[in-house]
Design a protein. Structure first.
Length: 313
């Protein structure tokens, strides 16, 4: 039996599970009938947690594992991992940046096109046999419009590159001006929304960005504006967004993330001016294989005493 014992917070694709279980003794937390019993029984033997971005690793969980050395996260976002606890207790944390950048940028533009051009509604019209008897309404052009991007990290830059290929004018909001891009920096998010035709949100999660897209931002975006969120559900005030969609304060929204996914607010399901995605921005075979490989590479490097490929803490 493999010597090193790890705790998995949630399932990975089968190709990753096969490799992990051949290399380590894996304890499946998500399958435990009594999670507290499992961590009490094996906690002292656990040296690593393998988790996913949305599952994270709480201070409470890590405190039950006195010999924990590393948390390896399948995903970029680490806001669900208690980084303060990890730092204070010498626990390393890794994530999987870069490998999902292109896919998330693709889905951001895909959601924008689907929302502005009403592609899902057009599909329903054709499938229902209404084409020819019901007129498809005129929709909104994407090319040549003003795109505001909230967040100019790796993915924000990849989104901007794609929008530029559509001939769009681009401005962005971020914590600071990025000297490595030629786009216009706007330090006021409300001002950015007022300027933009489309506002794409790709800021990190965490306390600093909770409900950063609020009622004021949505009012500034206006009745012809479209909101796209591919960041975290916490970054948008969902009550304000639902109200803005219901009363047409904004034209429409395209969402890959939600505050309580997968059990999203049922009011979203009643709205015709929103396109919904099941948090699947990185959901391609190519990217998920690369993410899993990076998780495994970080674990292997740690236990071999080598430098971590993608450390967070």
């Amino acid at each position: 039996m493999p010597e090193v014992e790890i705790l998995m917070a949630g399932a990975y694709p089968e190709w990753d599970m096969v490799d992990l279980e051949a290399t380590y003794r894996v304890h499946r937390l998500w399958e435990a009938a009594d999670r507290q019993e499992l961590t009490s029984r094996v906690g002292k033997d656990i040296r690593a947690i393998a988790t996913r971005g949305e599952l994270g690793a709480s201070a409470e969980l890590m405190a039950q594992l006195p010999n924990l050395e590393i948390v390896s996260c399948y995903g970029v976002g680490t806001d669900a991992i208690d980084l303060s606890y990890a730092r204070a207790n010498g626990i390393r944390v890794t994530n999987t940046p870069d490998v999902l950048t292109e896919d998330v940028a693709d889905i951001a533009l895909g959601l924008l096109l689907a929302t502005a051009r009403q592609i899902p509604q057009a599909d329903v019209l054709v499938r229902s046999g209404q084409w020819g008897s019901v007129a498809m309404p005129l929709v909104t052009r994407v090319s040549g419009k003003k795109v505001g991007i909230a967040g100019m990290g790796r993915i924000g830059k990849a989104i901007a590159k794609r929008a530029a290929a559509f001939g769009c004018d681009i401005s962005y909001f971020a914590r600071h001006d990025h000297q490595d891009v030629a786009y216009t920096y706007e330090p006021d998010l409300v001002a950015l929304a007022a300027w933009a035709d489309f506002l794409i949100v790709i800021v990190p999660g965490g306390e600093a960005t909770v409900k950063i897209i609020n009622a004021e931002v949505l009012r500034a975006l206006g009745p012809n504006g479209i909101l796209i969120n591919v960041s975290r559900g916490t970054t948008v005030d969902e009550e304000a967004l639902i109200a803005a969609l219901q009363d047409r304060t904004i034209q429409a929204a395209g969402l890959d993330v939600f505050l309580n996914g997968p059990r999203i607010d049922a009011r979203f399901l009643t709205l015709q001016n929103v396109v919904l995605q099941p948090h699947h921005g990185s959901g391609t075979v190519e990217t998920r294989k690369a993410m899993g490989q990076l998780v495994r590479d970080n674990l292997a490097a740690h236990f071999a005493g080598r430098a971590l490929p993608t450390p967070v803490v």
